[in-house]
Design a protein around this ligand. Sequence first.
Ligand code: PMP
Length: 443
Amino acid sequence: MADSSGRRSAELFDRALEIFPGGVNSPVRAFRAVGGVPPFMVGGEGAFVTDADGRSYIDYLGSWGPLILGHAHPAVEAAVADASRAGLTFGAPTEREVVLGELIRSAMPSLERLRFVSTGTEAAMSALRLARAYTGRTKILKFDGGYHGHSDALLVAAGSGLLTNALPSSAGVPDAWVADTISVPFNDLEAVEHALSVHPGAIAAVIVEPVAGNMGVIPPADGFLDGLRELTRREGALLIFDEVITGFRVALGGAQARFGVSPDLTCVGKIIGGGLPAAAYGGRAEIMRLIAPEGPVYQAGTLSGNPVAMAAGAATLRQLHTPGCYDRLESLGKRLEDGIVQAAARAGATVTVQRVGSMLTPFFTDQPVRDESAARRCDTRLYGRFLHGLLDRGVYAPPSQFEAWFVSLAHTERDLDQSISAIDDALRTAISETKAGSGPAAG
Ligand code: PMP
């Protein structure tokens, strides 16, 4: 029986707080940005998740991006069951790695060679090491609000979890380890050009989320990615696309296919593991040749290329070859975007929805959001109230203003329309609570 009080989640959270910092194993899950108790999940099917109190939600979190097919897709479940029966891990090469590697390269030809790892963090960290080795340079350039995992050198102005917790960077990272990390505003080519000219011959790589997803969804401005390509080529720096979110999300070939810009190195993750831990980095063969055992750049992993994760990823990517599936994701994304815009107009709420394909963010601001400083100006308290209103009405969205909502192929028009009417109600309630100065406080 559903317990609408959320008592079971509250009990579990109390226990979790006694064993995990903040009660969670990844910070944004703790709901600190929106207040309240995170629902503990027990099941997922298609576009829906169910929590420990028996409440069901239409899910727009999609486990933060991997679940482009929705939960428990039969082809993925069958592949995982088969692979598990054959053996969970060998620490030796398997055909499944080759199969998934080939599937990735056929969709993203710029990854002439690739290396599997287990997380996006490892992929980005390793791509940087490789870029430094290849160029013989030490500095890297990233963008404010860009998140590339939690390796030391990349925890500078690093997006959602840190925005949410208002940490400019992380404690425990020695200044010296980030001294070679330069961060400039997203969508600002002049700032990139300036940084490159101030540090001539010193910048090994520019790493960018080609569609920013970790400060809410921010599309690249016209010419931004082309400009990065041109500037890095001119300066002898590598261009790294972090497509951990956008790979297989904004097009089968990722943002590099959608925007027609080919990076030197690419990081992928999330979707390529089909819901299990898998990620990869790859790029030009001439650069990848430096990776051990072929070359001197060391990088390894006990569970890298894990056969069960490879099977889940391959089953997922095969489904994504279904003709028309990216058109469908586009039209579902558009329907949700339009629905939110119209609901906001009816509720008298000021919302700017930014979307690329099936990833979007409703920003509580009347301005377009082009970079992190604009994202920070959004009304995060209102987002917190809105999010709780959504949860109460059976819609699960990211518990932070600075994250992407994901639509999956399991969502139907009906699910979206039902969500839009919940959004309509939740917005009205959030606005009237804000006027009255009541409701759950956002942190
Ligand atoms: N890069 C990007 C663009 C990401 O969004 C994330 C995670 N959200 C990462 C890297 C890190 O991936 P992981 O959490 O698998 O370490």
